[in-house]
Design a protein around this ligand. Structure first.
Ligand SMILES: [Zn+2]
Length: 59
């Protein structure tokens, strides 16, 4: 069955999960893992993608 089309365009790169925690493999002095929180570069953490038509209009 085809998936229902959502009205709101969601970023295809992150699927709405804009921030990911990346474990660097090192540990802090207190023993906790060192993680980096990185926002999705495609949507810049907005979870939405800009439509091509809108970009063309603004340009
Ligand atoms: Zn994204």
């Amino acid at each position: 069955m085809p998936q229902p089309v959502q009205n709101m365009p969601v970023c295809r790169d992150c699927g709405g999960f804009t921030t990911v925690a990346v474990t660097t493999g090192t540990r802090n002095r207190d023993g906790s893992r060192t993680t980096l929180h990185i926002d999705c570069r495609t949507c810049n953490g907005t979870a939405r993608i800009a439509l091509a038509s809108e970009q063309e209009v603004k340009a």
